[in-house]
Design a protein around this ligand. Sequence first.
Ligand SMILES: C[S@@+](CC[C@H](N)C(=O)[O-])C[C@H]1O[C@@H](n2cnc3c(N)ncnc32)[C@H](O)[C@@H]1O
Length: 293
Amino acid sequence: MTLFQLSLVNSQYFSHTGYAGLILKDAIADYFRQKTGKRPSVNTDDPSILINLHISNDIVTISIDSSVVPLFKRGYRQEQAVAPLNEVLAAGILLISGWNASANLTDPMCGSGTIPIEAGLIACNIPSGKFRRFFGFQRWKDFDEELFEKIKRECDKQMRPSTVKIKGSDISELAVTQSAANVAGAGLTDVVSLERCDFKDLKADSENGYLFLNPPYGQRLQPEEIEGLYGMIGTTLKHNFPGTTAWLITSNKECIKKVGLKSKEKRTLFNGALECVLLKYEMYSGSKRQKKE
Ligand SMILES: C[S@@+](CC[C@H](N)C(=O)[O-])C[C@H]1O[C@@H](n2cnc3c(N)ncnc32)[C@H](O)[C@@H]1O
């Protein structure tokens, strides 16, 4: 048996994360040595069984990890962009937004394509774990391979073609190439279309569509460039996207003001350790058009 434990400690009783982990490892090893006469080996690179230790004040939780490889690693990503959204966060944003695969969806700053791909998986009812090569529970002693294969076949039967258009575009040729590789990795080449395009030149191709924007946060840009970019987003939404529901996620709270549109909803979300805001803008058509503030 192979063991590995991860210790997350936040407690006045344990000041050293590694020490708590060491105690757990020894306790487990002693148990098996007494039971079987052999001490289990520890393999930190490719553990068969991953044991999580979580300590919060005086509550200690010891659990066996059924995934091992984190669930956000879907298995479709072939190319890594500069600042990709976490896949689970992208899926969460889509679910929060109320988009239910019955309206067209565009991500005009798609980077490596995470949002259009997650949208494609939802639209086609493809299980998010379909492309994973491994789950931790497959190494458990009571793993029932036949049952697992049956469940996978049942899920495959429930997949369906998308009834809506899902698009990704980006000003960067490299981003579009990376997106194309990732879209192909998820088997969504017929579902997600991609093009190179500056957002300012893009126009809504249908009423009542959804737009998801994850613009640069500004770490690699001059202040006036990033402010100009967020200003352009507001102007483009107002003039080119009547009737569209737009959601924007960014960690740059200052630049949000440059968008100049009144948001209908605001939430705090984390992209990894980065605190972000997710904002909803409703772009009305005709006389009810949203005014720039
Ligand atoms: C934070 S990244 C998006 C990451 C993406 N959500 C992902 O998961 O990979 C921002 C993207 O905006 C693109 N971008 C910047 N300015 C743009 C513009 N004017 N029009 C379209 N895309 C733009 C960048 O090329 C970059 O790929």
